[in-house]
Design a protein around this ligand. Structure first.
Ligand code: SAH
Length: 261
């Protein structure tokens, strides 16, 4: 008697070249070996664009050794002075956090995050930001991100090795990319990139201080909420220009009140 076994629907396993507009950004990495191992993890999953913000001891033989064949990624790595510089031109930025509730910011798991990043990268540059081995990303750095991703695990031992975290997230990106059969992402607007959003937040803060709405000595709490609000709204370039026009008008009014003109 023949027995028919229902097999799961076939999963596409062929290699689909990865998107080239995904940046992996490592901030202030202490151990060059981790940079090499991260490059290897990326290349295994088809990612190519490595950005290093103030790496300690790079280039370095240990990084090359740990890259073990991914040294082309190290050779092409973009070394930056600041996170802002590394994120210039990015329309979507995800930060990584070893602790799930470090700050109140939208947090996703790696699978959700990979799907969202791939959707966003249909329209432009995206970045995934990793922190320092000892202290992760600062709150200010996390606040430059639209979302955070946390790799779930043992809550009493939640911090992965940096390169291992790069591996997990690169793998999820590769899987989401391979399985992606959806059409192009729905948000086709010309979103303001990270550097423009930083200038926007600077202008907003300055305006609120001048209007005496914000205490210049304690700007963090309100600014954090406002950042969250505007990041959620995903402003496009025109919207940023309109709002900055409003700020300038408010600043002008305040000035003319003061000078009596
Ligand atoms: N002591 C630091 C841990 C940093 S681990 C802290 O508690 O924040 C170094 C980096 O690896 C992190 O900044 C993050 O980029 C990544 N990482 C480690 N574990 C992770 C996790 N569970 N989820 C997401 N990223 C993680």
């Amino acid at each position: 008697m023949a027995i028919f076994v229902r097999l799961p629907r076939a999963v596409r396993l062929e290699y689909v070249p990865m998107k080239s507009n995904i940046r992996i950004v490592l901030v202030n990495t202490t151990h060059p070996g981790n940079i090499g191992a991260a490059a290897r993890a990326m290349k295994n999953m088809g990612l190519t664009r490595l950005y290093l913000v103030q790496p300690q001891g790079f280039p370095c033989a240990e990084a090359t050794a740990r890259a073990s064949g991914a040294d082309d990624l190290l050779a092409h790595a973009v070394v930056c002075d600041s996170l802002e510089q590394a994120l210039a031109g990015c329309r979507f930025v995800v930060g990584t956090s070893a602790r799930s509730r470090r700050i109140s910011w939208p947090v996703e798991n790696p699978r959700q995050c990979a799907a969202r990043m791939l959707q966003e990268c249909e329209q432009g540059e995206v970045a995934l930001v990793f922190g320092r081995e000892h202290s992760g990303l600062s709150n200010a750095e996390l606040e430059t991100c639209h979302y955070l991703v946390h790799i779930p695990g043992n809550p009493d031992f939640s911090s992965l090795n940096l390169a291992a975290a790069v591996q997990v997230l690169s793998y999820e990106l590769m899987m989401a990319h391979t399985e992606q059969d959806a059409g192009p992402g729905e948000d086709r607007r010309d979103l303001a990139p990270a550097d423009e959003m930083e200038s926007f937040f600077g202008h907003l803060e300055q305006t609120l201080v001048e209007l005496e709405f914000l205490d210049a000595n304690q700007p963090r709490k309100l600014m954090r909420r406002l950042r969250r609000l505007f990041n959620r709204a995903r402003l496009d370039k025109t919207e940023v220009n309109i709002l900055r026009g409003v700020f300038s008008a408010a600043q002008g009014r305040k000035l003319s009140k003061k000078t009596g003109r």
